[in-house]
Each structure stands twice: as structure tokens, then as C-alpha cells.
Design a protein around this ligand. Structure first.
Ligand code: TMP
Ligand code: ZN
Length: 406
């Protein structure tokens, strides 16, 4: 029986989406299916810890698996996200947050470094802990390691303690959270804060956004579970903010126990989660039922369009699309290609479903009748940029929070 990675208590599995390839394993067309980088499968099932309420994948996934050089994630790839991260930089610069005009700021898992760049431009001393070796950091200093007690001690010996540690879309992917907290304990100044943002399980349930479940999201946090997690490791949840990006995230602020009172927003959200019964078995069972319903509706719509001779293309070969295509059994027969702006994905096939990935130019040459939008979290930006598609009679297919054509 799968158990909680934090407290060892058995997990209550409430959703099982079957066996999936890794969401970043884009094979080259010449790779034979059985031997290709997307041949590996893991069971994509989600459970809730009966004791600490932490929602997590039930199965372990080999960490750090990168099928080819040039791991395709760039945090600032969209205009909205670039602006979000600049605003995040301004938020982190507020003196009320760090307690000083001259903080030392550290980011954990900075990918392309957009937040630290913003802080560095404001004269703040910065350092990133980024084990991936990704080098597009625009002059940001990178400590090529995970944040652990040992790597934090090295950094503190050389640079002193940090007033701010920040992470976006990273903590939810860190298998060893006790190790992360041990690192924070070494790294943070006594009055320092740890600020992190990740997809919010409350939004996943509220929107039936089951495609947020994939190998690189191991944990799906709530205010309730983050409070318990922080307290287990000597910290307190003192701040919470809702973020509209990526389909609904929460930004948590943690401080050492006894250093800061929690903001009213913390108690408000804890009460809201309790009122919703967010992780009650009945609520989770109803959620799993809605997920099934989305699959039925989406497959029915695509088969109907196919039978009627309408053309359908995918838009954005996201990690989320891997969950959708695998769980719904979609392949090139229903979606002959997906257009995506990431050069490293173009010319390759999507994981498992083996749908060819084409560059964005291919979208208009000619336009399909319908486009299935896998980057629904960027819908406003994409639909505005591609308004000529609708003007030419094209229609978008969305599946969050339910299947609809717009
Ligand atoms: P992610 O949701 O897994 O982070 O990946 C975003 C993917 O979507 C990435 O492969 C780039 C692609 N994309 C586009 O192709 N066009 C766009 O306008 C946006 C915002 C993303
Ligand atoms: Zn637990």
C-alpha cells in the first residue's frame, strides 16, 4: 500500500489515471516505440494522506530523468508569465517581507532566472540553487545543487544567511521535502521567509483540472497540508496569496516558528478548505467522477468531429497534454499534429501518444477546423494572438472545467 512521503501513513487513493509515460519524454520519429525514451510507464494515481492531508502521487518516479539535452521548460515563455514573475520580483523586494533594504535572496529551481534577474537589477545579491545545469540564467549566479542541509551550509559559509528564499513550481516536484526543510533551516536568517508558489489542489478540484497531475508534480498542496508540513519542520504558514497563473496557484509564505503572526488570509483559507471538505472522501470521489465525465465528453466530441471529416489540431504540447492524451487514449488518428513554440519539441513526437509536434507557423498552413487547446492556462493570451484563426472560422476546444467549443 502506498504511504505518505512525509509521515509514512497509508494514502487514500482517490484517482487512478492508468499507466503514463514521462511528460517530458519526446521521442524522435525514428525511435522505435518499445525502445524509445517514452517507453517507460508509471502509474499515475493520486492519494491523500489520512493523517497530514497531503495530496500526492502514489508511485515514485525516477527523478531527474531527462530524455535529451535541452530540457524544454522555460518559466518565462509566455508574456503573462513574464509579467507575473516581474511582479513577483517586486513583491519580494518589499521591505516588510524581508525586513531589510539589503536582502540576500535565493531561488530554488530557478530555470531561466527571470525572478532573480529582476531582483539583481534592483541591486539585490542573489543566488540560485539549480541542479539541472540549465545555463540560460542571464548572469545569475547558480549553485549547481539541490537545496539540502549540506549545500545550504556551503552557501551560508561563503555568503551568509538569506533573508528570502523563493521557489515557483518547484516544491511540488521535490521528493525529499524533509531535506528541503533541513536546507531552509540552515540557509534562512532567523527572521527570513520562504516564499513558494505551486498549483493549488483546491483549484484542481474546483475546475476538474486533472491534467495538472503528471510526473513532475508530485505534491498538490492545500493551505491545510502546507500548514501541517511547515509545523512538522519548525516553520509556520504566515501568509497566503491566490495567483491567477497556471490555472490557479497559491503563494505561501513560511517563517520560523514564533517570528511572525499569520496574516488573516491564512485563517480565512483554512476555514474555506474545511467548509468545502476539500479532501473529504466524498468530495474526492465526486471529483474522480467528474474527471471520468470529461474524458467521455472529450473522446465523444473528437470522434464525432473525425467522423464528420473535420480537421483537429492540438495547440501546445504541454506536460498537461501528456496526461490528457494518455488518459483519454488520443493519438494521431484524432489529433494528427500539435503546434508548439518550443524548438526542442518540434520535429519530435509527444510522449506515448506519438503525435508529431510542429512549429507554430504550421498552425495557419492551413488552419484546422478545430484546435484543442492544451495550454488552457494561457487561453487568453493564446486566443488573442491567434485571433485570425477564429476570424477564419476556426473553433477552440477546451476541456477545463468541462468540454466546450468556443
Ligand atoms: P507547460 O504547460 O508544460 O509548462 O508547457 C507549456 C508548453 O506550451 C510549451 O511547450 C510551450 C507551449 N506553448 C505554445 O506552444 N504556445 C504558447 O503560446 C504558450 C503560452 C505555450
Ligand atoms: Zn502524511
Amino acid at each position: 500500500m502506498p504511504t505518505c512521503r512525509i509521515c509514512g501513513t497509508p494514502l487514500h487513493t482517490f484517482l487512478d489515471l492508468g499507466h503514463h509515460p514521462l511528460s517530458s519524454a519526446f521521442p524522435a520519429p525514428a525511435e522505435a516505440p518499445g525502445a524509445a525514451c517514452d517507453a517507460f510507464r508509471y502509474r499515475l494515481a493520486v492519494g491523500r494522506c489520512e493523517r497530514c492531508a497531503l495530496v500526492q502521487l502514489t508511485d515514485d518516479i525516477p527523478h531527474g530523468y531527462r530524455p535529451y539535452p535541452g530540457y524544454p521548460y522555460h518559466s518565462s515563455g509566455s508574456t503573462v508569465m513574464r509579467e507575473h514573475f516581474r511582479a513577483t520580483g517586486r513583491h519580494l523586494l518589499r521591505t516588510e517581507l524581508s525586513g531589510t533594504h539589503t536582502p540576500f535572496a535565493v531561488e530554488v529551481g530557478c530555470t531561466d532566472g527571470v525572478v532573480l534577474r529582476c531582483l539583481a537589477d534592483a541591486g539585490v545579491r542573489t543566488l540560485a540553487f539549480e541542479p539541472s545545469g540549465y545555463t540560460g540564467h542571464g548572469g545569475i549566479r547558480v549553485h549547481r545543487a539541490f537545496l539540502t542541509a549540506a549545500s545550504a551550509r556551503e552557501a551560508v559559509a561563503a555568503e551568509g544567511p538569506a533573508q528570502i528564499v523563493y521557489a515557483a513550481n518547484t516544491v511540488c516536484d521535490i521528493a525529499d521535502l524533509p531535506g528541503l526543510f533541513a536546507g531552509l533551516d540552515e540557509l534562512l536568517a532567523p527572521g527570513g521567509v520562504f516564499v513558494f508558489e505551486d498549483p493549488y489542489f483546491g483549484e484542481i478540484v474546483g475546475r476538474t483540472a486533472f491534467d495538472q497531475f503528471y510526473d513532475e508534480h508530485r505534491y498538490y498542496f492545500t493551505a491545510t497540508s502546507v500548514r501541517a508540513l511547515a509545523e512538522r519542520f519548525g516553520f509556520r504558514l504566515v501568509g497566503i496569496e491566490r495567483l491567477p497563473v497556471h490555472g490557479g496557484q497559491l503563494r505561501y509564505t513560511l517563517a520560523r516558528a514564533g517570528r511572525r503572526p499569520p496574516s488573516p488570509a491564512v485563517a480565512e483559507l483554512l476555514a474555506e478548505e474545511a467548509g468545502r471538505g476539500l479532501t473529504d472522501p466524498a468530495v474526492l470521489a465526486a471529483f474522480a467522477g467528474r474527471v471520468d465525465g470529461v474524458r467521455e465528453d472529450l473522446v465523444a466530441l473528437l470522434e464525432e468531429l473525425h467522423a464528420a471529416g473535420r480537421t483537429v489540431a492540438g495547440y501546445a504540447a504541454t506536460a498537461k497534454s501528456c496526461t490528457v492524451t494518455t488518459y483519454c487514449g488520443l493519438g494521431p488518428h484524432l489529433i494528427p499534429y500539435i503546434c508548439d513554440s518550443t524548438p526542442a519539441k518540434q520535429g519530435r513526437l509527444t510522449p506515448g501518444a506519438r503525435i508529431p509536434v510542429r512549429p507554430p507557423d504550421a498552425f495557419a498552413a492551413p488552419y484546422p477546423d478545430y484546435a484543442l487547446l492544451f495550454a488552457w492556462n494561457h487561453a487568453a493570451e493564446i486566443m488573442a494572438r491567434e485571433r485570425a484563426f477564429r476570424a477564419a472560422g476556426g473553433r477552440w476546444i477546451l476541456y477545463v472545467p468541462g468540454v466546450r467549443v468556443v
